[in-house]
Design a protein around this ligand. Structure first.
Ligand SMILES: [Zn+2]
Ligand SMILES: [Zn+2]
Length: 308
């Protein structure tokens, strides 16, 4: 008989394993505190980055491009305020919106006649929940048409607040794009592209370049440009991905599920509401959703069902 002999774990591996297990049990035991810290840190970092870019662009960069006393400079300020209000307004609305199963009207928290087979049981909530509702461990409840849990808005993105999440990422994309134009012009005018790489900076110091202050400032300008470019790409990817999901009526939770696809226009109405793209103008624009998220229509055998 062969006896399998296990290789003893190496001390380093054993230590890493122990640390991981301790962190895991700690986060499990103090889940609420951990989530509160994670949510507030994410929101503060995002607001901090936005405030920093506004301060840097509006006080340092834009006065070098436009006359600070002129009309164009004032118009740019208006545009920036509009974008920031939209980002923060949508962020707040997505955070404040209750999209859990408990937000349904009392009479709708149970399946309608003949629909019980479409609902499923959540063993954590110990409740029957509507189709497309899934449990979120962070929120500790079932979410209507759950998409994902967003740490920036400190809430789950689901049926009722997805429009605000889309508005939030759309204005982040526009805002970071606008800042990227300002920073691109400034970086070009300042001749900072040459020192965009830290290695070039090290090389210039090694070669005894005397104008150290100018080099340092160029390096700062180029670094901010690169960070801005990164933020723009992230916002663009997030917005495009969310729009693709909305157009196909699928979710992050079940990306490839096309069961509920009713055509892109109808699908968008399910997410954005009756006013469709007008919701991108302002977070408080009323745009009623076609249903409450407890009943979902599918397209059986190619025959479309009108849900509006
Ligand atoms: Zn649940
Ligand atoms: Zn959640």
């Amino acid at each position: 008989m062969k006896v399998k002999c296990r290789r003893p774990r190496r001390p380093v591996r054993r230590m890493v394993h122990r640390v991981c297990m301790t962190i895991r049990s700690c986060t499990k035991r103090h889940k609420r505190t951990f989530m509160a810290i994670l949510h507030s840190t994410s929101a503060l970092v995002l607001v901090g980055v936005i405030l920093f870019l506004i301060f840097y662009d509006m006080w340092y960069v834009l006065p070098t491009i436009f006359d600070p006393e002129g009309l164009v400079y004032g118009l740019h300020w208006l545009l920036v305020v509009f974008l920031v209000c939209n980002v923060l307004g949508n962020m707040w609305a997505a955070f404040h919106c209750d999209t859990s199963v408990a937000s349904l009207a009392i009479g709708r928290q149970k399946p309608a006649e003949g629909e019980a087979h479409l609902w499923h049981y959540c063993s954590t909530c110990q409740l029957q929940v509507p189709p497309r509702s899934w449990h979120c461990k962070a929120c500790n409840c079932c979410i209507l048409k759950r998409d994902h849990h967003c740490t920036f808005v400190a809430n789950c993105v689901g049926h009722k607040n997805q429009r605000h999440f889309l508005g939030f990422v759309f204005h982040l994309f526009l805002g970071s794009g606008l800042a990227l134009i300002y920073n691109g012009i400034y970086t070009w005018k300042y001749g900072s592209f040459l020192v965009a790489d830290p290695l070039l900076m090290v090389a210039s110091l090694a070669n005894n370049i005397t104008d150290y202050d100018a080099m340092s400032w160029k390096f700062v300008v180029a670094t901010i440009f690169k960070l801005n470019l990164f933020a723009f790409v992230v916002a663009l990817v997030m917005f495009s991905f969310q729009m693709i999901l909305a157009c196909r009526n699928s979710t992050c939770y079940k990306i490839f599920d096309r069961t509920y696809n009713l055509g892109w226009r109808q699908n968008l109405k399910v997410v954005l509401g009756n006013r469709l793209f007008w919701i991108f103008l302002w977070p408080t624009i009323k745009s009623p959703l076609p249903h409450d998220g407890s009943q979902w229509y599918i397209e059986p055998s190619g025959k479309k069902i009108n849900i509006i």
